[in-house]
Ligand binder design. Structure first.
Ligand code: ADP
Ligand code: MG
Length: 396
């Protein structure tokens, strides 16, 4: 019931082998960057709030080499997840184009060019065991892997926070997704056996140990993605901005629940509920970090369920399938090792994240798999991950 996947070293070897098969020579560089899962703190990042993510031990790996006779300069890219080859000329101003997936790398290349570190011709082979479009941030993994590659290729080293910001800009400007800083930050700065309590305003992260082998993170991919996601995300951002303006604060991070409540009758009811989610979620995130440090698992569980309810009812970004997973988890309950569960990521499908007693993981996974499939007719994917390390250079 629990998906197994290749450890990073094996995935890296396979990627290097595929590069050799495709381009007839071994790669000069192999780099990797992980996906991420957010334990709590959803839709708080673009409100200058707190998030509590970890890097997962699933990675996007890039094997690359300089192209022989590479003039005019261009990137030639192949991905195991996509048909055909993407060839991108680098001697003209870099702009988003086709194929769409190449834009994530192109945006990062544009960031390096803007720093005065342009690229020469490269061949790049991409492999990944982060599910694409599943809410575990394969997009940030691809961007951060590209930035890690371009650092070694150009010799232009970035401070890790600067690197995350460069990748975020790529996602804004080349993929058209106005995301916060969490995904790229976690992929770049993840730490083994630690969550990151990230202050999205100061961009400082506090490391929160999650190293107790008796507790595991179980991720459940609903394997649905509802298509309203893009437009709804932008609408939520606008509603948060409207709420902050109404409350006369710089961002919802600066507002208090009591202050919001006094405005109940003066505010649009939908904007009010959006703000209530963000303000309470920021509080829950900070409390969850404290509870995890104290191994107060009942508190962690109750914060996770409250987070889910708030995302479902006030923020309205859940969906029937995510709600189903969380209901199944609630029924399993703490007596059977289920500590807590909630939707994670932007919403409208994708993944739920749960914290479970390690000894019960197999039974819980079996139960969720069976019940979810029975209720929805959809086969979920489940896997366990310990908090993993961020981007790494494996061959240089
Ligand atoms: P998520 O980040 O949650 O996985 P997104 O929609 O933000 O979902 O990003 C997924 C997109 O990122 C894919 O549709 C594709 O364009 C691009 N992408 C990510 N990883 C890869 C990869 N390994 N190969 C090709 N494209 C990728
Ligand atoms: Mg993404």
């Amino acid at each position: 019931m629990i998906d197994q996947h290749l450890p990073l070293a094996r995935l890296a070897d396979e990627t290097a082998e595929k590069f050799q098969q495709r381009f007839g020579r071994p790669p000069q560089w192999v780099v990797a960057a992980p996906g991420r899962v957010n334990l709590i703190g959803e839709h708080t990042d673009y409100n200058d709030g707190f998030v509590l993510p970890m890097a997962i031990d699933r990675y996007t790996v890039l094997a690359a080499g300089r192209s022989p006779g590479g003039e005019p300069p261009r990137l030639r890219m192949v991905s195991g997840h996509k048909q055909g080859e993407a060839v991108i000329p680098l001697n003209i101003p870099l702009q988003p184009g086709q194929p769409a997936w190449a834009n994530y790398v192109l945006g990062v290349a544009a960031g390096f060019a803007a720093l005065g570190a342009p690229l020469a011709s490269l061949d790049i082979l991409v492999e990944s065991n982060v599910p694409l479009g599943g809410g575990l941030s394969s997009s940030a993994a691809l961007e951060v892997a590209a930035a890690t590659l371009f650092e070694v290729v150009t010799g232009h080293r970035l401070d890790p926070v600067e690197k995350a910001l460069l990748c975020q800009k790529a996602e804004h400007e080349f993929a058209g997704v106005p995301c916060g800083i969490m995904d790229q930050f976690t992929s770049a700065l993840g730490r083994e056996n630690h969550l990151l309590l990230l202050d999205c305003r100061s961009r400082q992260a506090e490391l929160v140990p999650l190293s107790d082998p008796a507790v595991s993170v179980l991720i459940i991919n609903t394997n649905v993605k509802h298509h309203l996601a893009g437009g709804e995300y932008a609408r939520r951002r606008q509603q948060c901005e409207a709420a902050a303006r109404h409350l006369r604060v710089r961002a919802l991070r600066d507002a208090h629940l009591d202050q919001l409540k006094t405005q109940h009758d003066q505010m649009d009811p939908v904007v009010f509920r959006r703000a209530r989610h963000v303000i309470t979620e920021i509080g829950r995130t900070v409390r969850a970090a404290t509870a995890i440090k104290a191994s107060d698992w009942p508190e962690v569980g109750s914060l996770m369920y409250d987070s889910h309810d708030s995302l479902r009812d006030d923020y309205e970004v859940s969906c029937a399938e995510l709600d189903e997973v969380v209901e199944i988890a609630r029924k399993i309950g703490p007596g059977n090792g289920m500590i807590g569960c909630r939707m994670t990521g932007g919403g409208f499908g994708g993944c739920a994240v749960s914290v479970v007693q390690s000894a019960a993981t197999r039974d819980i996974a079996k139960k969720i798999h069976g019940d979810y499939q029975q209720k929805t007719g959809i086969q979920p994917a489940l896997f366990v991950s310990r908090p993993a390390a961020g981007a790494t250079v494996l061959k240089a």
